[in-house]
Design a binder for this molecule. Structure first.
Ligand SMILES: Nc1ncnc2c1ncn2[C@@H]1O[C@H](COP(=O)(O)OP(=O)(O)O)[C@@H](O)[C@H]1O
Ligand SMILES: [Mg+2]
Ligand SMILES: [Zn+2]
Length: 424
C-alpha cells in the first residue's frame, strides 16, 4: 500500500537517551528507547506508531506465507466460555496461566491463552464430510497468559500477539503433508524477518508420541537452550545432558550450550481435541472417523523483540530490510529554506516508486538527529546539510555497514535507487 511521506515533526516517535530502569535485555531497552512500545504495567505493552509498523510488516510476511501454504485467515474471539475448556479438561491443565472471571450475567469466562478448543468447536459446526477436508485455518490475535514471571519486555508478556494455525485432515498422510507445508512456511517467515533460526525436534514426552518441532533463535537472552556445534553450526535440542559432547555432523566440532528464544512451535496433535469435542466426519468408505489435527504457533510480538536482539549495534537497532518501519530516512541537518523543498522532492520521488519514507524535519540539534537515526535503525539515511549542498552534494548512509557515499544533488534519486535495488 502506498502511503504519504511521513514528517517526524508531525509524527509520534518518542525516543529517549536514558536506559530505562529495570530492563535486562538489549532488545527491551531499544524497544523503549526507540519509541516502539510503552509499558502500561509489568507484562502489558502498548505499541506506538513505529513499533506498530514493524509488527504489521511481520504480520504481513506471516500472512503471505500462510496464504501461500493454503491456510485461510479467520479471527476468533478472545472472550471464551469456561464450559468449552471443561470439555478438554484444560480449564484445569492451564489453570495457572488462564485469566478467568465471572461476567455480569454470571457466566464463567476466560481470556483465551490459546485457541485449540475454539477452533475445534468451530470446525465441528461445519465439517461433516471428507469432501470438506483438508482445511487449515489461522489467525493473528491477542493471547492472554497470566505468566507469573514476565521477562525481557515483550518476549514473555501477559498479553501478546500470536499467529496460530490449525490443520484438519482425514488421515495421518494428510496431517504429515500439512505439517510439512507449515514447516516450510515457517522457514520462509523467519528468513524474511532476518532471523537465522535453528529447528529442533521438541521434547514430546508429556504430550505422548506426537511429532513436534521448535523454531528458535540463538540470542544473548532467552529461556531455552540449544546445543550448537562450534565448528559447523549444526544445532540440536538441549534435552541431552552431556554439555560438551562431540558433534554428530562433523569431525572435530564440539557441541556448546547456547541460550535461545523460542519463536515458533509446530505440533502434530492427532485427535486429542477432536476426540474430546467429538468432531467426526463421514469418510469415503462410509465410516465415521475423528478429524486429525495439527497446530502451529508463532509468537508475533516476541519475534519483533528477537529481530532487535539479533540485529543491532552499540548505537541502536539495525532493521532487516523487510521488517523496517521505513525504508529511508531523510535527515535535514538544519532547518533551512533551501533544504526543505529538496527533502520534499526527494521524499515524493521515493514514495512514488513504493518506498516508505520518513523525513526528520524536527527542530532538534544535528547531534540528536544523528543519534536518533542510529537508534531507530532505518536501513538507509539521506543526509541533507547546508555545507555539502553548497558543493552540490548529498550524503547517503547505510545503517548496517555504516558506509557513506556522496552523490551529486541531481543524481541522488537515480543513484540511490541503484543501491536500493542492488541490495534487495
Ligand atoms: N508469554 C508470552 N509472551 C510472548 N510470546 C509468547 C508467550 N508465550 C508464548 N509465546 C509465543 O507463542 C508461541 C507459541 O506458544 P506456545 O508454544 O503455546 O507457548 P509455550 O512454549 O510458552 O507453551 C511460542 O513459540 C512463543 O513464540
Ligand atoms: Mg512452545
Ligand atoms: Zn559440527
Amino acid at each position: 500500500m502506498k502511503e504519504n511521506v511521513i514528517y517526524w515533526s508531525k509524527y509520534f516517535i518518542p525516543t529517549t537517551k536514558e536506559i530505562p530502569a529495570g530492563t535486562e535485555a538489549a532488545s527491551h531497552q531499544l524497544l523503549l528507547r526507540a519509541g516502539l512500545v510503552n509499558m502500561l504495567t509489568s507484562g502489558v505493552y502498548s505499541y506506538l506508531p513505529l513499533g506498530l509498523r514493524v509488527l504489521r510488516r511481520v504480520e504481513d510476511i506471516i500472512r503471505e506465507e500462510m496464504n501461500r501454504a493454503g491456510a485461510c485467515e479467520v479471527f476468533l474471539p478472545c472472550l471464551q466460555p469456561i464450559e468449552l475448556w471443561q470439555t478438554t479438561k484444560r480449564d484445569e491443565a492451564l489453570k495457572e496461566i488462564m485469566i478467568r472471571f465471572k461476567d455480569n450475567r454470571g457466566r464463567e469466562m476466560c481470556l483465551g491463552p490459546t485457541h485449540e478448543e475454539v477452533i475445534t468447536a468451530l470446525v465441528k459446526d461445519y465439517v461433516q464430510s471428507y469432501r470438506q477436508l483438508p482445511v487449515t485455518l489461522y489467525q493473528i490475535q491477542t493471547k492472554f497468559r497470566d505468566e507469573l514471571r514476565t521477562r525481557f519486555g515483550i518476549v514473555r508478556a501477559n498479553e501478546f500477539m500470536m499467529k496460530d494455525a490449525y490443520s484438519f485432515d482425514r488421515d495421518e498422510t494428510g496431517l504429515k503433508k500439512n505439517y510439512q507445508l507449515m514447516y516450510e512456511a515457517y522457514e520462509k517467515v523467519f528468513q524474511r524477518c532476518g532471523l537465522k533460526v535453528v529447528i529442533v525436534k521438541a521434547d514430546s514426552g508429556a504430550m505422548g508420541g506426537d511429532v513436534s518441532h521448535e523454531f528458535l533463535v540463538i540470542a544473548p537472552i532467552g529461556e531455552d537452550h540449544v546445543l550448537q556445534c562450534d565448528a559447523c553450526h549444526f544445532a540440536m535440542g538441549s534435552s541431552m545432558s552431556t554439555e560438551q559432547a562431540a558433534c554428530p555432523q562433523c569431525q572435530n566440532g564440539k557441541l556448546q550450550k547456547q541460550i535461545a528464544i523460542e519463536l515458533g512451535h509446530v505440533f502434530q496433535l492427532g485427535t486429542k481435541y477432536t476426540d474430546a469435542l467429538k468432531v467426526v466426519f463421514l469418510d469415503e468408505d462410509g465410516q465415521q472417523k475423528p478429524i486429525i489435527m495439527g497446530c502451529y504457533g508463532i509468537g508475533v510480538s516476541r519475534l519483533v523483540a528477537a529481530i532487535i536482539e539479533t540485529n543491532r549495534d552499540d548505537a541502536g537497532i539495525v532493521w532487516p530490510r523487510e521488517v523496517a518501519p521505513f525504508d529511508v530516512e531523510i535527515l535535514l541537518v538544519q532547518d533551512d529554506p533551501q533544504l526543505t523543498p529538496l527533502a520534499q522532492s526527494y521524499a515524493q520521488q521515493l514514495q512514488e516508486v513504493g518506498l516508505k519514507v520518513l523525513v526528520d524535519d524536527r527542530l532538534e540539534s544535528p547531534g540528536r538527529k544523528f543519534k536518533d537515526a542510529d537508534l531507530i535503525g532505518i536501513p538507509y539515511r539521506i543526509i541533507l546539510g547546508k555545507r555539502t549542498l553548497q558543493e552540490g552534494k548529498v550524503e547517503v548512509k547505510d545503517r548496517k555497514t555504516l558506509a557513506t557515499t556522496m552523490f551529486t544533488k541531481n543524481d541522488l534519486i537515480k543513484e540511490f535507487l541503484k543501491i536500493w535495488k542492488a541490495t534487495c
